[in-house]
Design a protein around this ligand. Structure first.
Ligand code: F6R
Length: 247
């Protein structure tokens, strides 16, 4: 069975960020105890800034919200500036009223990454995710989380190697380029698919081919994000550059 995701295209980056943030704000308003899966990366930075604003203006509270991040590099010191734990603290966690015990992310310094992955997977499954917000990998990696080309649709949280294209792009964002790592612990495709609703964000020309492959190509493991076309309650939010290969 194939489903067509709801697709929303926003003309500018500012409108994209506002629309994406509004989705999360409305979700929190309708369920203040919502369980969220959240991504890192360039794409959601504007959304996080607006979510922090909404909390500061007391439009929403994260007081009862639970956040499970999608992934974390491994091995990495969670306190290092390039860890996704630091990214989350800088972009959201330090700016909102979330309870410390309500934010979860795989431990980049776990001595046994597979054990860490398994216990993280259990945690995410036990909590149950109401809304998963995802980003899309660069080029034709078509990854979600760090589920790269070839990942089977039923994968669970595990240690993975980054695709060379992902590694090249992500290394550019590393402050300490010499300490760039090419492995990560990521929620699996099967784990992500357990979320009740999913919103995928893709912004910029670098995502155009991947978005085209996702929405117009076959559903298969060469395109991990295509798993989202096998279920309901998926919304895809694009800016006009990311949508440019759809017509
Ligand atoms: C990050 C993650 C990745 C990113 C994707 C897009 O937590 O899971 O799938 O969402 O690589 O990254 P940006 O937004 O930097 O293009």
């Amino acid at each position: 069975m194939e489903y067509r995701p709801k697709i929303t295209v926003l003309p500018t980056e500012a409108e994209f960020d506002r629309y994406a943030a509004r989705k999360v704000v409305e979700a929190i308003k309708s369920n203040p105890k919502i369980h969220l899966t959240m991504p890192t990366g360039k794409t959601p930075e504007g959304m996080y800034a607006l979510l922090a604003d909404a909390c500061r203006m007391q439009e929403i509270s994260f007081g009862e919200v639970v956040i499970c991040n999608l992934d974390e590099y491994w091995p990495i010191n969670p306190e290092a500036p390039d860890s996704y734990a630091s990214y989350m603290k800088d972009n959201l966690i330090s700016k909102v009223d979330i309870k410390p015990g309500n934010w979860h992310i795989p431990r980049g310094d776990a001595p046994d990454p597979q054990e860490e992955a398994e216990s993280y997977d259990e945690l995410v499954s036990e909590l149950g995710i109401d809304l998963a917000v995802l980003g899309l990998g660069p080029g034709l990696t078509c990854h979600i989380g760090f589920n790269e080309v070839g990942a089977s649709f039923d994968t669970r949280t595990r240690l993975v190697r980054l695709d060379p294209v992902t590694a090249e792009v992500n290394k550019r964002h590393f402050v300490n380029k010499g300490s760039f790592v090419t492995s990560a612990i990521t929620q699996g495709l099967g784990t992500i698919m357990e979320a009740r609703k999913i919103v995928l964000l893709a912004k910029g020309l670098a995502k155009a081919n991947g978005v085209g492959r996702f929405l117009l190509g076959p559903i298969d493991e060469d395109c991990p994000v295509s798993v989202l076309r096998t279920r309901e309650y998926v919304e895809v939010i694009l800016d006009s550059e990311a949508a440019s290969k759809l017509n």
